[in-house]
Design a protein around this ligand. Structure first.
Ligand SMILES: Nc1ncnc2c1ncn2[C@@H]1O[C@H](COP(=O)(O)OP(=O)(O)OP(=O)(O)O)[C@@H](O)[C@H]1O
Ligand SMILES: [Mg+2]
Length: 386
């Protein structure tokens, strides 16, 4: 299997790949990155370089990804050469471009925040006037970890995005007064036991709550604690509708807002999509029968999907973001002694402020107890000095 992207997500595919004896060959940014440290067969190159991607594919039976940044012309060329690309370019475009995503989800009848597009200052001003105040502006492509997302109240706030050669279209959305953010994680493969051929096999994990700090995912709780069973079902149904409607193969993460509707009752609105394993699903490594990484491999190989059931009533995951010392693992003697239930993953990255360096998962019964311990474990890793 060929994989594009050499960060922590492709790294975490390697454990289930070893278990299933699936050979991974990965296109990485650097020879010493998180994935290259654990996968021997790597090609160093850029996803926009068709020659590099052809090298990567070689005799692989399928191509998949850990991120959305492979240009369409490369994907189309690889498909033409006869290697399946999963998720395929027709699905992946909706995770690559937030304007295309909004259009398609609206067509599918999926609940979205109010949205429009704007290519000029006047259009941005009109959208702000329409909403009567602050709105959220997003670049259609290339955003991650909140970069490319701004709350704005005047066109000046996006002057740098608009004043570039050529036309850029921005996505403008209502500023959703959400009470929490959710992630509905599902996986689909094209074959299998669907009621009709286009459905395929679809399996979903319990919906999780995600908590961001400065636009970056900081904590995940599964199942989402304050979600009623009816809303949890609805969130799962929305994710499955999108997986089937867009023909996604592999893991699909649907980020959602829980926000009061006009009648004051909570409702779900879809924020955005990721078609790959996602930070909101790291808890599944230790907290579910089948992890998102194993499921992604099964799905893109069109093998029967595994059981996504949780192993315990609750799981929490806390990200290690940046660190004070160069070597978080220096804290292992204390972390592992004081938190025997903590499952630690470090990604082998060089320490930089705000960077996702690893995470800690704890699985059990009581969310508050699990969170207290996982946070304390991350705090120790954060403070570690070599
Ligand atoms: N319409 C909105 N109203 C209120 N808050 C929003 C809105 N859109 C985005 N946000 C906030 O900004 C965060 C980042 O937005 P989004 O998920 O679109 O950006 P991203 O950078 O592409 O994604 P990621 O952070 O998942 O890599 C969201 O998690 C949410 O907290
Ligand atoms: Mg997001």
């Amino acid at each position: 299997m060929a994989v594009i992207g050499g960060g922590q997500l492709a790294r975490m595919m390697q454990a289930p790949a070893l278990a299933l004896d699936v050979h991974l060959r990965v296109l990485v940014e650097a020879k010493d990155g998180p994935t290259a440290q654990v996968v021997p067969d790597v090609v160093v190159g850029d996803p926009g370089d068709l020659e590099a991607v052809r090298w990567l594919i070689g005799d692989a039976s399928v191509l998949t990804f850990e991120h959305e940044h492979t240009p369409r012309f490369v994907l189309d060329a690889i498909e033409k050469m006869g290697t399946p690309v999963r998720p395929g370019p027709d699905a992946l475009q909706f995770a690559q471009d937030k304007i295309l995503m909004r259009r398609r989800l609206t067509e599918l009848g999926v609940p979205c925040p109010w949205w429009t597009t704007a290519a000029t200052r006047d259009e941005v001003a009109a959208a702000i006037a329409d909403r009567g105040g602050a709105v959220v502006a997003k670049t259609a492509r290339g955003g991650y970890d909140g970069k490319g997302v701004r709350v704005i109240s005047t066109p000046d706030d996006v002057a740098d995005w608009l004043d570039v050669p050529g036309t850029v279209e921005l996505l403008i959305e209502e500023l959703v007064p959400y009470t929490s953010e959710l992630a509905a994680l599902t996986a689909r493969r094209p074959g299998g036991a669907g009621p009709d051929e286009s459905t395929g096999e679809v399996r979903s994990w319990p919906v999780a709550e995600t908590r961001q700090r400065d636009g970056v995912c900081a904590e995940v709780i599964a199942p989402a604690p304050e979600l009623t069973p009816a809303l949890a079902d609805e969130a799962q149904r929305i994710a499955e509708t999108i997986a089937v409607g867009l023909g996604v193969t592999g893991v699909l993460a649907v980020e959602m807002f829980l926000a009061p509707g006009d009648d004051g009752r909570p409702r779900l609105l879809v924020n955005e999509l990721a078609m790959r394993p996602h930070n909101s699903g790291h808890w599944t490594i230790d907290g579910a029968v089948t992890s998102q990484f194993e499921q992604h491999l099964r799905a893109v190989l069109d093998l029967p999907l595994g059981d996504p059931s949780p192993l315990a009533p609750a799981a929490v995951m806390v990200n290690l973001l940046g660190a004070d010392g160069p070597e978080p693992a220096a804290a292992y003697p204390r972390v592992l002694a004081e938190h025997p239930g903590a499952k630690v993953q470090l990604y082998g990255k060089e320490v930089r402020p705000g960077r996702k360096l690893g995470h800690v998962t704890e699985v059990g019964k009581d969310i508050e107890t699990l969170l207290t311990s996982a946070r304390a474990a991350v705090e120790l890793l954060h403070a570690a000095t070599a």
